[in-house]
Design a protein around this ligand. Structure first.
Ligand code: ADP
Length: 458
């Protein structure tokens, strides 16, 4: 300020002195006016220079100027730089924010007050069939043609979501998308989408499971209740009483087996995979399942040829009880489904690559190809009455599949109606400690014919 005032006074003083020297008093007045004009002219020129610099200067282009205008330029430059930095920072933050929404597994669509798409992430675009570039500013109602969505959008009921069919849905692979509107700002709406296919499937499976368990338990319970009531109300002869009690014992045993299989399944589903440090001799596993199979054959009163190949020396890593349950289930099924006079072959074979395969072959009725992929589903049976007659729960192969998965193994089912079945579990090399030289040949064929249908369920 002092510099500016000094310059003003000096210009006028120079004008007065020059005027006085040239024309005494009148010259001094003219010199004062000329000095003032000159000062205002210079000041205006400096001001214009600053204004032009503010208008046209490139970022980083400096303006060397002192005094008031220099300070104005300096402050303006600093204010501009701060604003530029703020804008860059805001832009970066916006990009981070959009990238985070892009990375979200859920879909996000921003709609303006008219329902036009302002922005959407890739997930929403894929789920609703929107083109994130081309469909900008298009009305959402014109793009999502699901009638349920149209009614929901028209109703503007944002307290609940609706589930629509996903863009990539096919009859064999349905995709279900939950959509919910959330109002924000002045009339704008946030549309959130979420893939609920797995949730819906899990819910349907849970419902089916509860219905199946209830049905399985209700049948023996009804029979039991009937017998109890009969025995309470009628004076039965002793031999008939004994027969009724025998039937009642059978039904309670059936319920017991079912509950025990259910508990096994829930343990398998809810516990961490078995450690690889526990080794069980393969011979012990085979001996145990042979014992069980022979006992089952005796209970069922079937004359079958049950051949167990000599057990090799070697060990298998995993949970002994789970492995026993899986092997016994497979051998047990062969005993139960193979008619009297049939043959069952059980073998353990090390493979050249270090893996080992446990195989059960039977000459039973075999299984049609359409059933094979579903055999490991809980309660899935090909022949319901035959399964029940032989004490089946419909959970055996589900247990085998879980045990196999938990041990990194693979369950293979090969069968053909009338040509027997072959069930095998292929254990990974990491879980097998073999003392026998592996054979080069692949696992043997089923006992009769060659099965056509096969599935891997491991
Ligand atoms: P279940 O207790 O009914 O035997 P599983 O889960 O063990 O239940 O088996 C599912 C279905 O697979 C059985 O109901 C049966 O129809 C079929 N199955 C299993 N093993 C054999 C086999 N060795 N031969 C023919 N069918 C079989």
């Amino acid at each position: 300020m002092l510099f500016r005032f000094s310059l003003f006074v000096l210009t006028q003083l120079a004008g007065v002195l020059l005027g006085w020297w040239l024309a005494q008093a009148p010259g001094a007045f003219a010199g004062l006016a000329a000095g003032s004009l000159l000062w205002f002219g210079i000041d205006l020129w400096r001001g214009l220079k600053v204004a032009r610099w503010l208008r046209t200067a490139e970022p980083g282009q400096e303006l060397a100027m002192r005094g008031l205008w220099g300070e104005v330029a300096d402050r303006a430059r600093r204010a501009l730089r701060a604003r530029e930095q703020e804008a860059t920072e805001n832009g970066r933050r916006l990009q981070d924010f959009l990238a985070a929404i892009q990375a979200s597994p859920n879909g996000v669509v921003l709609l303006d007050a008219q329902g036009r798409i302002e922005w959407c992430n890739q997930t929403a675009a894929a789920q609703l069939g929107i083109d994130a570039q081309r469909d900008m500013l298009q009305l959402i109602g014109n793009l999502v043609r699901d009638p349920g969505f149209a009614a929901y959008y028209a109703g503007k009921d944002d307290r609940r979501d609706i589930v629509v069919t996903g863009r990539d849905s096919t009859p064999s692979r349905p995709v279900r998308i939950s959509v919910q509107l959330h109002p924000y700002g002045d009339g704008r709406q946030l549309l959130l989408t979420r893939d609920v296919t797995a949730v819906e499937q899990a819910e349907a499976m849970r419902r089916d499971f509860v219905a199946n368990v209830s049905h399985e338990i209700r049948t023996p319970l009804t029979v039991l209740t009937g017998f109890v009531e009969t025995m309470q109300n009628l004076q039965l002869p002793r031999d008939e009483q004994a027969r009724y009690l025998e039937l009642m014992a059978q039904q309670s045993h059936r319920m017991q087996t079912l509950v025990s299989d259910l508990l096994t399944l829930s343990r398998l589903e809810g516990s961490p995979p078995p450690a690889a440090g526990e080794w069980t001799p393969i011979a012990a596993l085979l001996a145990h399942s042979e014992q069980e199979a022979r006992a089952l054959g005796a209970v069922l009163g079937k004359e079958q040829e049950l051949r167990f190949a000599p057990a090799p020396e070697g060990e298998l890593a995993g949970s002994q009880s789970e492995l026993l349950s899986a092997l016994s289930n497979l051998v047990g099924n062969a005993v139960r489904y193979t008619p009297a006079g049939g043959a069952i072959d059980v073998a353990w074979q090390p493979l050249p690559d270090g893996r080992a395969v446990f195989t059960v072959r039977d000459t039973g009725p075999g299984i049609a190809p359409e059933h094979i992929p579903r055999l490991t589903e809980r309660f899935y049976r090909v022949d319901r009455s035959r399964s029940r007659e032989t004490g089946g729960t419909g959970l055996g192969l589900a247990i085998v599949k879980h045990v196999a998965q938990r041990h990194g193994a693979e369950l293979k089912i090969e069968s053909k109606p009338g040509a027997g079945s072959r069930f095998s579990i292929v254990f990974p090399a990491a879980r097998v400690r073999s003392a026998v030289k592996p054979v080069a040949a692949p696992a043997a064929r089923p006992a009769t014919g060659s099965p056509a249908g096969s599935v891997r369920a491991g």
